[in-house]
Design a protein around this ligand. Structure first.
Ligand code: ACO
Length: 376
C-alpha cells in the first residue's frame, strides 16, 4: 500500500488503456495506434469517433449503419430546446451543455444495467446531440431561431450551419472537422479520469459525459483556449507582444495555452492548428495570428528549456474565431470532440470494471471532544 502523496497523481497509472497514446518527449499522439497527423489528413470526425469508441476503423457497412443511427438521433426534443431557451443568456455555454446532456439522459430508460445495444445507442445519441445543444443555446440566447441539422451535412458542417444559419464553405467545414479530430482524445487527462470514475459506479453515459464536461470547463484544462484568445486581445498588436509577455513572465503569471503535464516539447496538435490559424488569418487579414506568433516566440525563448511549449489551446481559438465562432463557444467545441474519447474510455472502463475507491492520507486530529455551542 502506497503512503506517499503524489500531487495531481503525476505519473500514477489509473487504468490500462488502448484508446490513445502520447509520447510527451517526441510530441506524438496516436488514437488506437494511428497518429493524429494521419487521421487529420485522411479521416473524418465521425470515423475517428467510431475508431475511439469501438477500437477499429469502421468497414463501409459499419460506417453506414453508424451514420444512419447518427442521423436518426441528431435532433433535440422540444423540451430540451425549451430548456436551452430558459437558461440564462449570460451563462456559459459549457454549463448549458452540461445541463443539456444530463437532461437528455432523463428521457431514456433504463438508467443503469444498460444492454450493449442500449449503451451503444446512448453513445451515438450523446455524440450527435452535443453539437446541437451548443448551437441551440448559442442561437436561442440571442433570441434567434435554431435551425434543425441538415441530413446531407456531416457533424462539423452541421455545427457551423446551426451556429450561423448558412451552409458553410466546405473548406471551413473541413478545418473544423480536423479540429474535432485533433481534440477527440488525449489519454488520462482530468476530464477523462472524471468520466472513468463516474463510469466505474455504473452511472449511465449521460452522467459520465456531464461529469467530464464539468472537469473540462476549468481554465487549467479546456478553458485555456478562451484565456489564450483574451491574452492576444489584451496584447493588441504584434509589437506589444514582447513587453507584455516579458511582464507576465517577470510577474510569474502563467501563459494560457502553454505547458503540459505530459508534453515536454511542442504539442503535435498545436503544430497542425498553427498552420490552419495562419492560413485563415492571412485570408481574412486578421493581425491576431501575428500577435500569437510573436507571443509564442517570447514564451519559448524563456521557457522551452524548461519543457514549456504551446499546447492544443494556444492556436485553436484563432481558428475558431476565424470560423465565426464566439469565444465562449471554444471550449464547447473541444467538448463536442472529446465526447468521442470519453465514451471510448467509458466502454473500456466497463470491460472488467471495478469501482474507483482511492485512499487518502489523513492529516486531521483524533479523539476530539464535542464542545457545546455556548462553550466555543
Ligand atoms: N506559463 C508559465 N509557466 C508555466 C506554465 C505556463 N503556461 N505552465 C507551467 N509553468 C511552470 C510552472 O509555473 C511551474 O514552474 P516552477 O516549477 O518554477 O514552479 C512548472 O512550469 C510546472 O508547472 P505546473 O503547473 O506544476 O505543471 P502541471 O503539470 O501541474 O500543469 C498545466 C500543467 C496545468 C497545463 C500548466 O502548464 C498550466 O497551467 N498551463 C496554462 C493553462 C493551459 O494552457 N492549460 C491547457 C492544458 S492542455 C489541456 O488541458 C487541453
Amino acid at each position: 500500500m502506497a503512503h506517499e502523496l503524489i500531487p495531481g497523481l503525476e505519473g500514477i497509472p489509473i487504468a490500462e488503456s488502448k484508446v490513445s497514446f502520447v509520447d510527451g518527449q517526441k510530441g506524438r499522439l496516436e488514437y488506437r495506434g494511428i497518429s493524429v497527423e494521419d487521421l487529420a489528413e485522411n479521416s473524418t470526425f465521425e470515423e475517428t469517433a467510431f475508431l475511439l469508441m469501438y477500437g477499429h476503423l469502421p468497414s463501409q457497412g459499419e460506417f453506414e449503419e453508424f451514420n444512419e443511427e447518427f442521423q436518426r438521433v441528431f435532433r433535440l426534443k422540444y423540451q430540451i430546446v425549451d430548456l436551452m431557451k430558459h437558461l440564462p443568456e449570460t451563462g456559459h455555454p459549457m454549463d448549458a451543455l452540461q445541463a443539456g446532456v444530463a437532461a437528455i439522459g432523463m428521457f431514456y430508460q433504463p438508467r443503469s444495467n444498460l444492454t450493449e445495444a442500449q449503451r451503444r445507442l446512448a453513445c451515438t445519441r450523446i455524440l450527435a446531440k452535443t453539437p446541437c445543444l451548443v448551437a441551440a443555446f448559442q442561437r436561442l440566447r440571442h433570441g434567434e431561431e435554431w435551425p434543425l441539422p441538415l441530413k446531407h451535412l456531416g457533424l462539423a458542417a452541421n455545427f457551423l450551419y446551426m451556429m450561423t444559419d448558412k451552409e458553410p464553405d466546405p473548406e471551413a467545414a473541413r478545418v473544423l472537422d480536423v479540429c474535432l479530430i485533433l481534440h477527440a482524445d488525449h489519454t488520462m487527462n482530468a476530464s477523462t479520469f472524471a468520466g472513468r470514475v463516474v463510469g466505474s459506479t455504473l452511472a449511465d453515459p449521460y452522467c459520465v459525459v456531464s461529469s467530464a464536461l464539468g472537469a473540462l470547463s476549468g481554465p487549467l484544462h479546456g478553458g485555456a483556449n478562451e484565456d489564450a484568445m483574451r491574452l492576444f486581445e489584451a496584447i493588441g498588436t504584434p509589437e506589444n507582444a514582447r513587453p507584455y509577455i516579458e511582464d507576465m513572465i517577470k510577474n510569474k503569471k502563467k501563459i494560457p495555452g502553454f505547458g503540459h503535464r505530459v508534453y515536454k516539447t511542442i504539442d503535435p496538435r498545436a503544430k497542425i492548428l498553427k498552420k490552419h490559424a495562419e492560413t485563415l488569418a492571412k485570408k481574412s487579414g486578421n493581425p491576431i495570428y501575428q500577435i500569437a506568433v510573436e507571443a509564442e516566440k517570447v514564451v519559448t525563448e524563456h521557457y522551452a528549456a524548461k519543457g514549456i511549449w504551446p499546447n492544443v489551446d494556444f492556436f485553436s481559438g484563432i481558428v475558431y474565431s476565424e470560423l465565426g465562432i464566439p469565444r465562449d463557444c471554444f471550449t464547447p467545441i473541444f467538448a463536442i470532440a472529446r465526447v468521442a474519447g470519453w465514451l471510448g474510455h467509458l466502454l473500456e472502463q466497463l470491460e472488467g470494471n471495478r469501482i474507483f475507491r482511492p485512499t487518502q492520507i489523513y492529516t486531521g486530529q483524533h479523539d476530539q471532544p464535542y464542545v457545546s455551542m455556548n462553550e466555543r
